[in-house]
Write a protein that binds this ligand. Structure first.
Ligand code: F3S
Length: 639
């Protein structure tokens, strides 16, 4: 039987396990990336393990919290620069660009494995890298040379035919899939793109699609490395990194989805979920207060060149704000060289720094109840920084066109679509802006400011947990619900005691006071608990507050891994109907010592009733939880 691209890469990097869907496999990791919001913690964890970076390449990016208001962020950035130099990693200073855009342009390689402490790491799948989002601790361990463990995914072939026409873009391909499959549709799966339609998609379009595969809950998404990939890498001055990568003609897949690209039209995801997808035309007439173009999803040269072309010699209405964040200084340099910045400025746009910016709530919040059309990948409630903001997700071309109208309009009235952009023959390099590790690393010291608080040591899991339901939440709870984004909170990511006071703060203001008074507790949730970002603080913070278990109907992949890594039991209701019987405030006894991989045990309620819970944990994961978390388990192994 022929092999898929996914099977070829996994087979080449397999250090343990069998490639049978659902079984755990251990993978050798070639590259890692971290960003500042999750990276400070990942690097503190790496320091706790000890040693130097052992991957082929590890890059520490600063792109999330670049505002540097007060000492905290600059201190974090200095820590990241000095710990990278000392440990043998590349450092990307604030303002150089967004980690995924930069990694795609400068470092990602077809056929390589990459994990990153950011859920949109699959962006690099656009050039054929097997790139996965992971918790910071998993990344720290990979940097130390340890394998990365995942359940062997199922492989879904997305068979593309035809070619995009008119205003339809790569973003519309992934919005179409999200509408079809929902935010849970990709759990445990890799989406591998193939078919004759692939050749018609540019690398930036492919990267937009793999980036937002994260919203499907997928393990990752990947495109073949073909002639277009070669051309992209050659223009980036990295032709030597190219290797052809295709699936065998007779490769078999667990599922096949066919999309005729020629049938797609501009789509938009409505508040507050990326899978609430409809046609742009269905919203015609709705006023738009703000448009934001950028993020790791849509901030490439082609997105912004089209934006500039659409806005040229026109002015956006005064009632609509337009914010533009280029993905990298490389993108910015080409735009400047080709005279494409001036039309943006003349149209009334605010051109921001090359960072995540408004995507992570660093400024650019919409007005109260304001409608914001964003080219980003997430539109969860409150993520924009305005709690009642109404965020819609669209392509850069759709967003730019809507900015001109100041309201949703029917694409049939938009006139000719902009050209499909290719990179210029000569792309200016920004390689000198990265800080490569020096030869005398041993002689360097790591500089820590007062915001860098060393990790606390967690105790191991008791045999019996006497506890209380400290919080009950519903379905699709995101990591933004568990720990909100925003400048004030993100600045505390290297300080767990300080950041923990914000846990569930936008869901239930009393939660922190209550769990402190209870001396710990459990959280009860519905389906897809913990979807969204890879932020391990959404597990670390609850652990600091004494959460020892979550009891839910189902869990998102990365958050589940983070719970395990920090010693929190992820328990699944054996009968989802029992969700109604677990009320906030109920006393519980969890027989932790009787939990074995995949078994079912009864939790006893204070009322005397029982509720059956099961788990999908491996023996190794259970050992980690029983040790009090992965760092404890690694230390136990070392000693
Ligand atoms: Fe940054 Fe937003 Fe992407 S926070 S990494 S631009 S999802």
């Amino acid at each position: 039987m022929g092999k898929s691209i996914t099977h070829k890469i996994i087979e080449k990097h397999l250090v343990s396990g069998e490639m049978i869907p659902g079984r755990e496999v251990g993978l050798r990791i070639d590259q890692t990336l971290t960003q500042d919001a999750t990276g400070t913690m990942a690097w503190l964890q790496f320091e706790a393990i000890g040693g130097r970076v052992r991957t082929d390449l590890s890059v520490s990016y600063v792109d999330h919290n670049t505002l540097q208001m007060g000492f905290r962020n600059p201190d974090d950035h200095r820590y990241l620069r000095t710990v990278a130099a000392k440990s043998g990693a590349v450092f990307s200073p604030a303002g150089t660009g967004i980690c995924h855009q930069l990694h795609l342009e400068n470092f990602a390689k077809p056929g390589a494995t990459l994990i990153g402490s950011d859920s949109h790491t699959p962006t690099a799948g656009g050039i054929g890298s097997m790139a996965m989002g992971a918790g910071g601790l998993s990344v720290a361990l990979a940097m130390a040379g340890e394998p990365y463990f995942i359940p062997m995914p199922k492989v879904v072939k997305v068979h593309l035919t035809g070619a995009l026409t008119g205003w339809a873009q790569g973003k519309d391909v992934i919005l179409h899939l999200l509408g079809l499959l929902t935010v849970k549709g990709g759990v445990g799966k890799v989406f591998e793109y193939g078919g004759p339609g692939v050749a018609s998609l540019s690398v930036p379009d492919r990267a937009t699609i793999t980036n937002m595969g994260a919203e499907l809950g997928a393990t990752t998404s990947i495109f073949p490395a073909d002639a277009r990939t070669r051309e992209f890498l050659e223009k980036m001055g990295r032709g030597a990194d190219f290797r052809e990568l295709t699936a065998d003609p007779d490769a078999e897949y667990d599922e096949v989805i066919t999309i005729d690209l020629g049938t797609l039209e501009p789509l938009v995801a409505q508040p507050h979920m990326p899978d609430r997808v409809c046609r742009v035309s269905e919203l015609a007439g709705k006023a738009i207060d703000q448009v934001a173009i950028g993020s790791c999803t849509n901030s490439s040269y082609s997105d912004l060149k089209n934006t500039s072309q659409i806005l040229a010699r026109r002015r956006i209405p005064p009632s609509t704000d337009l914010l533009i964040s280029p993905g990298s200084k490389q993108v910015m340099k080409i735009l400047a060289r080709e005279g494409l910045i001036e039309p943006l400025l003349d149209a009334g746009a605010r051109v921001l720094e090359c960072t995540c910016g408004p995507c992570i709530g660093m400024g650019g919040s919409p007005v109260s109840a304001g409608v914001s059309v964003r080219t980003f990948n997430r539109n969860f409630e409150g993520r924009s920084g305005t709690q009642d903001g109404q965020v819609y997700l669209a392509s850069a071309q759709t967003a730019a066109r809507l900015a001109l109208d100041g309201k949703f309009t029917d694409p049939a009235t938009w006139g000719d679509a902009p050209e499909r952009v290719e990179l210029p023959a000569e792309v200016p390099s920004i390689r000198d802006l990265f800080v490569f590790p020096p030869d005398n690393a041993e002689a360097l010291s790591i500089v820590r400011g007062p915001n860098i608080v060393a990790l606390e040591e967690f105790d191991d899991l008791p045999g019996t947990i006497e506890t209380t339901v400290a919080l009950k939440v519903g379905d699709n709870i995101t990591t933004d619900h568990i720990l909100p984004a925003g400048a004030e909170i993100t600045a505390l990511r290297s300080n767990i005691p300080a950041i923990s006071q914000y846990i569930f703060s936008r869901v239930d203001k009393e939660f922190v006071a209550r769990i402190r008074e209870l001396g710990g507790g459990v959280v009860v949730g519905g389906e897809n608990y913990g979807q969204g970002s890879s932020r391990e603080h959404a597990a670390l913070g609850p652990r600091h507050l004494g959460v020892r278990a979550v009891i839910v109907k189902s869990l998102a992949r990365i958050h589940r891994a983070n719970l395990v890594n920090f010693g929190i039991l992820p328990l699944l209701l054996a009968d989802p109907g029992d969700y109604d019987r677990l009320q906030q405030g109920a006393g519980l006894t969890i027989p932790a010592e009787r939990i074995t991989p995949g078994n079912t045990v009864d939790i006893r309620l204070a009322s005397g009733e029982t509720v059956a819970v099961t788990n999908d944990l491996t023996k190794k994961e259970l050992d980690i939880i029983q040790a009090g978390g992965l760092l404890n388990a690694v230390r136990n192994n070392q000693s």
